[in-house]
Design a protein around this ligand. Structure first.
Ligand code: SF4
Ligand code: SF4
Length: 320
């Protein structure tokens, strides 16, 4: 395979340009505060982070959505539930008939006095995408921290008990896998079968879909790879598996991401690298109309190889 030096060079060589085709989803990162500090975290999130979306910015986001045609909202963090205005955000968006997706790390539900969260999710018909990087305790605790697996299972049971993940309940519960080793994710459907079998056999837990994600070599994961001497190896692995078929399906082509401070980005990864959308100056939510963002060029970098390797990777799992 002929691999060029940079991601942009590769696109130029193949005469591919990446523009935004439309915006059907707004992803909102409400802050970097998290109750965990996972090794693979591209956000560098943790309990000591103070960057949090304010109530004013949240209200600007809601009014932006109100004036737009966007109907799907994907809320992430950090642990989004730790933003003190989280419920206000969800309720406001539901009142204008948006479908809400929340990315939860599960443990936040059983820590931090959040045990009423499952009912709140249910009342607002929130679709949940929850991280559980393995069905085995030792692997989860190795990359997330001791006790994380046990708490995650407790949270999944609470969600199942009120109908999440069950056939016909219309309360969607998806799990997210990302590799613990320095490798590409395995085939999504095959791993989903294993997850379903193992979690049901061990705990009677059910869920809808498994999304497999590649780890992007930025921030904490980049530092980790450098520490173990595998950074170059991983970049070469991603580049060596560059797949042109993925370009058409990249999530940045149909979504926009807003950061805790109201700046707009192509995706959550660009957000963490301060690669913001701009036209002379940064685009800030409340100061821009949705139409201006359609057709705008996507800001790409080496990290984009993480989305285009193998079967592709996105917040919704494999792309093909
Ligand atoms: S990966 Fe998720 S749960 Fe882990 S530190 Fe980052 S935001 Fe928190
Ligand atoms: S990191 Fe992925 S989603 Fe973000 S701009 Fe690059 S290809 Fe698009």
């Amino acid at each position: 395979m002929n691999v060029m030096k940079t991601f942009s060079d590769n696109l130029k060589r193949l005469s591919i340009s990446i523009g935004r085709k439309g915006v059907d989803t707004l992803q909102i990162n409400v802050g970097k505060l998290c109750n965990q500090s996972c090794v693979h975290c591209h956000v560098d999130a943790g309990p000591d982070r103070h960057e949090i979306m304010t109530r004013n910015t949240i209200d600007s986001v809601v009014s932006f959505v109100k004036k737009s045609s966007i109907k799907t909202i994907d809320i992430t963090g950090g642990a989004p539930e730790l933003n003190p205005h989280f419920k206000h955000l969800v309720s406001s968006l539901r009142s204008i008939d948006c479908h809400i997706i929340v990315r939860s790390n599960l443990t936040v539900i059983v820590e931090n006095n959040k045990k009423r969260l499952p009912q709140f999710y249910k009342d607002n018909e929130v679709e949940l995408i929850c991280s559980l990087p393995c069905y085995l305790e030792e692997n989860v605790d190795k990359i997330r921290a001791n006790g994380v697996y046990r708490k995650s299972i407790e949270a999944l049971k609470m969600l199942n008990d009120i109908g999440y993940g069950k056939n016909g309940a219309n309360l969607m519960l998806h799990l997210v896998y990302n590799p613990a080793s320095v490798s590409l994710p395995p085939l999504q459907k095959k791993l989903e079968q294993q997850y379903k079998h193992e979690l049901f056999k061990r705990f009677g837990i059910v869920f809808n879909n498994l999304y497999v994600l590649a780890n992007l070599p930025i921030n904490r994961y980049e530092r980790y790879l450098k520490k173990i001497g595998k950074y170059e190896y991983y970049l070469e692995l991603l580049k060596g598996n560059f797949n042109t078929e993925i370009i058409e399906h990249l999530m940045c082509r149909t979504q926009v991401s807003v950061g805790w401070d109201g700046r707009l980005y192509d995706c959550d990864f660009n957000q963490m690298l301060n690669l913001y959308l701009k036209n002379g100056k940064p685009y800030i939510i409340g100061e821009v109309a949705l139409q201006e963002l359609i057709g705008a060029d996507i800001q790409v970098g080496e990290h984009c190889y993480g989305c285009t390797a193998g079967n592709g990777s996105s917040c919704g799992g494999s792309l093909i």
